[in-house]
Write a protein that binds this ligand. Structure first.
Ligand code: SF4
Ligand code: SF4
Length: 148
């Protein structure tokens, strides 16, 4: 007689089948957990330096932004995320007039973090930081003036 068809055989076969089906569940049950407990783990959370969260203007050794108001970043941006206002000022030493930055506006809400603006800047005046907690209830708060 076929053992699998006996009562005992069927019980044993069912248990083997059940264990095989639950193998992955059992393995995962004893594997250490890797789930991030955000936001409780804010203090220990590692965010890569390379993560692109928000554009900012880097400063020179005198604390001034390095932007020369060339407009390349704004013209390169595919989303129209950057708006630049400029003004003409007269250089006191040379007496010549030159264009300077008046207002640098960045709309985080429509940025797709492609980094084209950063790559095209001839002065390394802009970069991305990794500060990712930027959620707001009002979209207008995502429009930020970057030059202080
Ligand atoms: S990262 Fe891309 S989308 Fe965002 S401001 Fe720069 S060029 Fe525009
Ligand atoms: S941030 Fe760079 S690319 Fe943009 S206007 Fe200033 S100097 Fe030009």
């Amino acid at each position: 007689m076929d053992f699998k068809k006996t009562y005992i055989g069927r019980v044993i076969y069912s248990l083997v089948s059940l264990t095989t089906g639950l193998k992955t569940t059992l393995i995962e049950f004893f594997t250490p957990k890797v789930t991030e407990q955000y936001p409780e783990n804010r203090k220990t959370q590692h965010i890569s330096e390379r993560h692109r969260a928000m554009l900012y203007m880097s400063l020179d050794e005198n604390g001034n932004n390095k932007c020369i108001a060339c407009g390349l970043c704004a013209n390169t941006c595919p989303n129209g995320t950057i708006t630049i206002k400029t003004k003409m000022v007269t250089d006191e030493e040379t007496g010549k007039s030159k264009k300077v930055l008046e207002e640098y506006t960045y709309d985080l809400g429509c940025c797709m973090f492609c980094q084209l603006c950063v790559n095209v800047c001839p002065k390394d005046a802009i970069a991305f930081n990794n500060k990712y907690e930027n959620a707001v209830f009002d979209r207008s708060k995502l429009v930020i003036k970057l030059n202080k």
